[in-house]
Design a protein around this ligand. Structure first.
Ligand SMILES: O=C([O-])C(=O)C[C@H](O)[C@@H](O)C(=O)[O-]
Ligand SMILES: [Mg+2]
Length: 437
C-alpha cells in the first residue's frame, strides 16, 4: 500500500522549501552585426540583462531579458519587492511585480527599438523572474524545466534560419565573416551558410528594408535554391494594405506564412481576407488584451509567442492554450539573445505540443565566443537543439564570461537599443516611416 500524504510529507519537506532572499541583475553587451530592418540597423552591441534569483535553500536560478535602461530600472524595482516570496508561487511573484509597476504608465525602454509596442509591462518584467523561478524549482526537484511545464513532447526543438539584409561590417570596422547581403544573391549566399552550418529546415527573411519587389525577388531566389524549405517573410509592418495584398498574391504558393506585412489588427484583417497564405504576427497581438480583438476581426492565423514579453514560460503556455482553442497556429519570435534565453525557449517549445512551427532565433548572429553560460549545453544539429535534461534550465552561469560581457556593457556606452538613431548617425537623411511602401 502506498504511503499517505502525511507519511510522505517529511521526505518532500526539504525539496519544496525555498524563499527568495535577493536578486542580482547584471546588464551585459555582446557584439551584434549591422543587421538591417525597417526601423534602421542593429548597433555594434546588443544589450541584455542577466537576472539571478537567490533563495534561502542555497539554490539560485537565472533568467535573461532586455537590457534597456528603463527596463533595467523596472527590473530593479520589481526585484526589491520579491524577498520572502515562495519560489513555487509564481502567481504571488506576478502579483508583486504588478503592484510595483501599477503606477508605471511610461512606454519607453521596451528593448525592441519600436518594433514591438503595446506588450504588457508587468509581463515583460515578470518574464526573467518566472524563468529563474522555474530554474530553481527544477534544481530543487531534480527535474528539467520542460517537466515542470507538463513534460517534453519532443526531444529536439526546430529553429528557422533568420536571414537579414546587412552591411559587410559596421562603419569604421572591418567586414564581419558574413559579409554584405544587400540583394537577392547576397541573401541566398547567407542562407547557404546558415543551412550548411546549422542545418536549418525553415528560413525567415527580415524584410521591410528594400522596395517590396526586391524582397519578392529574394524570396523567389530562396525558393529556387531551397525547393523543399518552408519560407517566411517579415517586413515588420512596413507596407500599406494595398502593398501587402500585392506582395501576398505575388508570393502565392511560396510562403509558409507572411509575418506582419502591415500595422494593426484591422489592417491585418483586410490583408488576410485578400491573400492566399496564413498571416502571422508578433506586432499586432503582443499581449493577452490583443487576443480577443484579433480573433473577432479575423486578423491572423499564427501568433508568434515570445516568453520575454508574454510573461515567462507558463503564461506563454496559456497563450498556447488560446491559439489551440481558436484553431490558430503558434510560432516563436526572437530578438538578439544569449544562452539562458535559448534554453528557456527550448524548454517552452519542447513542452508545448502545438508550438510546432520552427522557432525564430538570432543565435547564428552571435559571436560563438560570447555568452554568459558555460559552453556545450546547447548545440544546433540539423536545425534543432536537443532539450536539456539536467535539472532546471540545464545551463550554468559562467562568472568569467558574465563579467567580461558586463565590462563590455560598461565600455560600450550603449544604454538602450536604438536602431533608428544609429542609422541616422550614419545616414543623416534616413527617415523612420510606417508604412514605408
Ligand atoms: O520577428 C520580428 O519581428 C523580429 O524579429 C523583431 C526583431 O527586433 C528584428 O527585427 C531585429 O532584431 O531587427
Ligand atoms: Mg516578426
Amino acid at each position: 500500500m502506498s504511503k499517505s500524504i502525511l507519511e510522505q510529507a517529511p521526505v518532500l519537506a526539504n525539496l519544496g522549501q525555498a524563499a527568495i532572499t535577493g536578486v542580482t541583475i547584471t546588464p551585459v553587451a555582446f557584439k551584434d552585426p549591422p543587421l538591417l530592418n525597417t526601423v534602421g540597423v542593429h548597433e555594434p552591441f546588443a544589450l541584455r540583462a542577466i537576472v539571478e534569483v537567490h533563495t534561502d535553500a542555497g539554490v539560485s536560478g537565472v533568467g535573461e531579458t532586455y537590457g534597456d535602461e528603463a527596463h533595467l530600472a523596472r527590473l530593479q524595482a520589481a526585484a526589491r519587492s520579491l524577498p520572502g516570496t515562495d519560489i513555487f508561487n509564481i502567481n504571488q511573484l506576478r502579483a508583486k511585480v504588478a503592484a510595483v509597476l501599477a503606477a508605471d504608465t511610461s512606454q519607453g525602454g521596451h528593448g525592441m527599438s519600436g518594433m514591438v509596442t503595446g506588450s504588457s509591462t508587468t509581463d515583460r518584467v515578470l518574464s526573467p523572474f518566472d524563468v529563474a523561478a522555474l530554474d530553481i524549482q527544477g534544481k530543487l526537484l531534480g527535474r528539467p524545466v520542460s517537466d515542470l511545464l507538463g513534460g517534453a513532447v519532443r526531444e529536439t526543438v526546430d529553429f528557422s534560419g533568420y536571414l537579414f539584409y546587412k552591411w559587410a561590417g559596421h562603419p569604421d570596422a572591418e567586414a564581419d565573416s558574413w559579409g554584405e547581403a544587400l540583394d537577392p544573391q547576397g541573401i541566398v549566399e547567407q542562407a547557404r551558410r546558415m543551412v550548411r552550418d546549422y542545418g536549418f529546415t525553415a528560413l525567415k527573411l527580415k524584410g521591410g528594408v528594400f522596395e517590396p519587389d526586391q524582397e519578392i525577388a529574394a524570396i523567389k531566389a530562396l525558393r529556387a535554391e531551397f525547393p523543399g524549405l518552408p519560407l517566411r517573410l517579415d517586413p515588420n509592418a512596413a507596407w500599406t494594405v494595398e502593398t501587402s495584398i500585392r506582395v501576398g498574391r505575388e508570393l502565392d504558393g511560396v510562403l509558409e506564412y507572411l509575418e506582419d506585412p502591415t500595422t494593426g489588427i484591422d489592417a491585418m484583417a483586410q490583408v488576410r481576407r485578400a491573400v492566399p497564405m496564413p498571416l502571422a504576427t508578433n506586432m499586432c497581438v503582443v499581449s493577452f488584451a490583443d487576443v480577443a480583438p484579433a480573433v473577432a476581426a479575423g486578423a491572423v492565423d499564427v501568433i508568434l509567442s515570445d516568453h520575454h514579453f508574454w510573461g515567462g514560460l507558463r503564461r506563454s503556455q496559456a497563450l498556447a492554450g488560446i491559439t489551440d482553442t481558436f484553431g490558430m497556429g503558434l510560432s516563436m519570435h526572437s530578438n538578439s539573445h544569449l544562452g539562458i534565453s535559448l534554453a528557456a525557449m527550448v524548454h517552452l517549445a519542447a513542452a508545448t505540443p502545438n508550438l510546432d512551427y520552427a522557432c525564430d532565433t538570432h543565435w547564428p548572429w552571435k559571436d560563438p565566443e560570447e555568452d554568459v553560460v558555460l559552453p556545450g549545453s546547447l548545440e544546433f544539429k540539423d536545425g534543432a537543439v536537443a532539450v536539456p535534461t539536467l535539472p532546471g534550465l540545464g545551463v550554468e552561469l559562467d562568472r568569467g564570461r558574465l563579467e567580461k560581457l558586463h565590462r563590455q556593457y560598461l565600455a560600450s556606452g550603449l544604454r538602450s537599443r536604438d536602431d533608428t538613431g544609429y542609422m541616422q548617425r550614419i545616414h543623416t537623411a534616413y527617415e523612420l516611416k510606417c508604412p514605408r511602401w
